[in-house]
Ligand binder design. Structure first.
Ligand SMILES: [Zn+2]
Length: 349
């Protein structure tokens, strides 16, 4: 699929292949060789924020929603974390789920079109990583703008979506354009699929831009219409949907450069928890190195965790057991803060 958007062509972006993961990505920097995604790149903003101004959660949310409002999007209030229409899932894990299936199928009108929203989302798929990698949460806010392109009323598509992302990141937040990469990575989920970009900055995925245009192929589908994405067969949908997700917590973290995203957004719980539990202060250098390396890991079992510990211990030159003794209480406090927030939303909604 051709993903050379208007901006890439007009502004001289280069399509390259990541020398680590082999995936295609777009960059303005002729010397760049990696896609920007961990583990191909390390976090580069720990201790040196990638956004010139420091933001709180509330400030960043407002910055995003008002940007898209200025661009003609209707601002929509968040929905409960329990899905209003979908009975195949228990929790809302992405903003698009607020509109599935009836807005996508055209049976219900969207509350605004295009629209912008910041939707609290709960996912347990990464629960083993929470507290450890510095970036995974069970609850996070997905800031989004959506455009529902009905056959008789198209709104906008890939060109505009990429330009909005770039303008918001560089003009509104002050990120350096030459450090932003757009990695091509087709997306599939909940029976829909389409081409997508991951937007990466200084080793962190800050947004995903999905162009949902396929649905699972019925058994009697016309073979000339069928495309294969991540091993499944799809056919084109009548409604094409711009489905974006910007990580609110991650952007706040990028602006603060703290060792973990939890320190940036849950500090009001973490600090008292540390005090109450009497947790020993760790040398900041150990915390910083730990979080830079943890960012490159996906923890799926205890083996992964052991490799992470050994790598960090080697870099900061301390004993593995000593490192574990120091760092483990921090990881647990981070996880408790995250899980408590998720439970609070689930119970109150
Ligand atoms: Zn890569």
């Amino acid at each position: 699929m051709d993903m050379s958007t208007r901006m890439f062509k007009e502004e001289g972006w280069i399509r390259k292949t990541c020398k680590v993961c082999g995936k295609p990505f777009w960059t303005l920097d002729p010397d760049r060789e990696t896609c920007g995604d961990p583990p191909c790149d390390e976090y580069e903003f720990i201790g040196k924020p990638g956004i010139p101004k420091k933001y709180t959660l509330e400030e960043m949310r407002e910055k995003f929603l008002s940007f898209f409002e200025r661009k003609g999007h209707g601002r929509v209030k968040r929905y409960p974390v329990l899905p209003r229409w979908r009975d195949d899932v228990l929790l809302v894990g992405a903003s698009i789920m607020d509109f599935q299936p009836w807005v996508i199928s055209g049976e219900a009108d969207p509350p605004a079109n295009p629209l912008t929203i910041s939707q609290p989302s709960i996912r347990f798929t990464d629960i083993d990583n929470v507290g450890i990698t510095g970036r995974h949460f069970t609850i996070f806010e997905m800031m989004a703008h959506h455009a529902f392109n009905y056959p008789e009323k198209p709104i906008y598509w890939m060109d505009e979506t990429v330009e909005y992302a770039y303008e918001f990141f560089t003009k509104d937040l002050g990120m350096k354009g030459e450090d932003i990469t757009f990695k091509e990575n087709p997306w599939a989920g909940g029976g829909n699929a389409g081409p997508a970009f991951e937007v990466l900055y200084r080793g962190l995925e800050v947004a995903t831009l999905v162009f949902m245009q396929y649905k699972l192929a019925p058994p009697d589908a016309d073979p000339s219409q069928v495309v294969e994405i991540k091993g499944d067969k799809y056919v084109p949908m009548d409604t094409r949907v711009v489905d974006t997700g910007y990580g609110l917590e991650r952007l706040v973290w990028m602006s603060q450069g703290t060792p973990t995203a939890y320190d940036a957004v849950l500090d009001y719980v973490i600090d008292p928890l540390k005090k109450m539990a009497g947790i020993e202060k760790i040398d900041n250098r150990i915390l910083m190195e730990n979080s830079k390396l943890a960012g490159m890991f996906d923890i799926e079992d205890m083996g992964d965790l052991r490799i992470l510990r050994e790598t960090v211990a080697k870099r900061v030159e301390i004993d593995v057991d000593e490192l574990t003794r120091l760092i483990r209480p921090y990881e647990l406090i981070y996880a408790i803060a995250d899980h408590t927030k998720a439970l609070t939303f689930m119970l109150s909604d």
